[in-house]
Design a protein around this ligand. Structure first.
Ligand code: GCO
Length: 449
């Protein structure tokens, strides 16, 4: 089986992870700019101040994408670069930056795929309660409308939100910005993110764009029980799925929270405040779905057993640092969408990649990352199988173009096809980048004759 002619191969990044220039040209602070300055929050004590400096190097980086046969670039807008206070005054320099970048993508025939919100809430809004304040639905809506009016049809694929679960992590688990730790806050923030998604879709429809589609990006890390016949393991895996992907997909596609999640929230006193009409607002027809998929998770009621005996129970393949390599995750996720949610809109795999592999730097400067190639290739094979099953997957985006700033992981987790030297900003293609380039050429050349 081959990928179809119009299957899109892309790369993905997000603004706070690659742009840098965090304090330049009128940009306001985001919650990550502030959070990263709290000692102990980021593994290597770094900040998003400079990262890959793409704010200044966008032209070279787009040229690099072109050299690598990249057909689409998925990026995100920085809310506080465009609206430094999150609302009100617009920073023209911020809009100009994206305008230049998007024009250049079109010149190079690389399709822009834009995310409106990828975790970097303006700090001024956090000071007013951030995702806990219901007014955010309108703050987000105004920001989204501004983007639709400025960039509308020049961006064929728009995503309202990237991985809404990050907001839960930021308000309940506390290891993402803004670093709050309260389960009810997490659930409330989630509810407002979902409502903001709905508001974004409504405002998108209002603009009547003719060449643009709207969707959302959600990550699916499917939870499996370690022991298939163990009640405790099965219950745990089930609950974890309720608390993760189903918390988002049920409201978005079915218009309600699942029974399982409602029961959990009642028992744990963390039910969000909801208003009549909320579910209708969240549950709107989308044009496409963005799936982020990296791995599965294996759960065991006995954590010691999981640590010691995972391999014995589930077998499988492992990356150099011991993480399981389970490329079927993407096939399973596609089937969740088709079988559990009866999804009838196109799917793009909007993120997939790894940092769990050895990167050997040779004397000639080349970078050997064989496991990353194996990882991506394995996922692509399972995507083909899902397509064979009739699931409408239209594209694949590797995470990421460049080694970048991996949130609380700082610069330690290198996900790039291209190596970044954070001292000199020199980019060096790893073997995986060259492999990706050739793979795209081979797939497409079958259609050129
Ligand atoms: C996510 C985010 C990315 C991450 C990537 C690697 O999926 O978590 O969208 O910003 O950097 O996933 O962890």
């Amino acid at each position: 089986m081959k990928f179809k002619k119009d299957f899109v191969f892309g790369v993905a990044t997000s603004a706070p992870q690659v742009e840098g220039a965090a304090l330049e040209d009128g940009k306001g602070l985001s919650i990550w700019d502030v959070f990263a300055r709290i000692p102990g929050t980021i593994a290597d004590n770094t900040t998003p101040d400079t990262t890959c400096d793409m704010y200044h190097r966008w032209k070279e980086d787009i040229r690099l994408m072109k050299e690598l046969n990249i057909e689409s670039y998925r990026f995100s807008f920085s809310w506080s670069r465009i609206l430094p206070d999150g609302k009100g005054k617009v920073n023209q320099k911020g809009l100009d930056y994206y305008k230049r970048m998007i024009d250049e993508l079109h010149r190079q025939e690389i399709m822009p795929n834009a995310t409106i919100y990828h975790w970097d809430l303006p700090y001024e809004l956090e000071r007013e309660g951030g995702w806990l304040n219901r007014d955010i639905i309108n703050w987000y809506g105004e920001y989204a409308s501004l983007l639709f009016r400025e960039f509308g049809d020049s961006i064929p694929l728009w995503a309202t939100i990237n991985e809404p679960i990050a907001t839960y992590v930021g308000y309940a688990a506390g290891f993402f910005a803004p670093g709050r730790k309260n389960e009810q806050y997490g659930r409330q923030a989630n509810h407002h993110v979902l409502l903001s998604h709905g508001e974004g879709v409504r405002r998108f429809r209002e603009e009547n764009l003719s060449n643009a589609e709207i969707g959302i990006v959600v990550d699916i890390w499917n939870h499996h029980p370690l022991r298939a016949d163990h009640e405790g393991d099965k219950k745990l895996a089930e609950l974890e799925n309720e608390k993760s992907y189903r918390s988002y997909l049920n409201p978005i596609f079915c218009g309600c929270y699942s029974e399982g999640l409602l029961a959990y929230m009642k028992e744990n006193n963390c039910m969000p405040q909801m208003m009549p009409g909320d579910m209708e607002k969240i549950n709107q027809k989308l044009d496409f779905f963005g799936l982020n998929c990296y791995n599965r998770v294996v759960d065991c009621a006995d954590p010691e057993l999981l640590k010691k005996q995972k391999k014995e129970f589930i077998g499988g393949n492992y990356m150099d640092n011991g993480a399981e390599y389970y490329s079927k995750a993407v096939y399973d996720a596609a089937h969740i969408l088709k079988d559990e949610y009866k999804l009838d809109i196109p799917i793009y795999v909007t993120e997939n990649g790894t940092y769990n592999c050895t990167e050997e730097i040779r004397e000639d400067g080349s970078i050997h990352d064989a496991q990353r190639i194996q990882y991506i290739n394995g996922f692509l094979e399972w995507i083909k199988k899902a397509i064979e099953d009739g699931i409408d997957i239209r594209g694949y985006y590797a995470w990421s173009l460049l080694d970048n700033w991996e949130w609380s992981g700082g610069f330690n987790a290198r996900y790039g096809l291209v190596h970044t030297d954070f001292e000199t900003q020199k980019r060096t293609c790893k073997d995986s980048a060259l492999w990706y380039k050739n793979m795209i050429r081979e797939v497409k050349s079958q259609y050129n004759s």
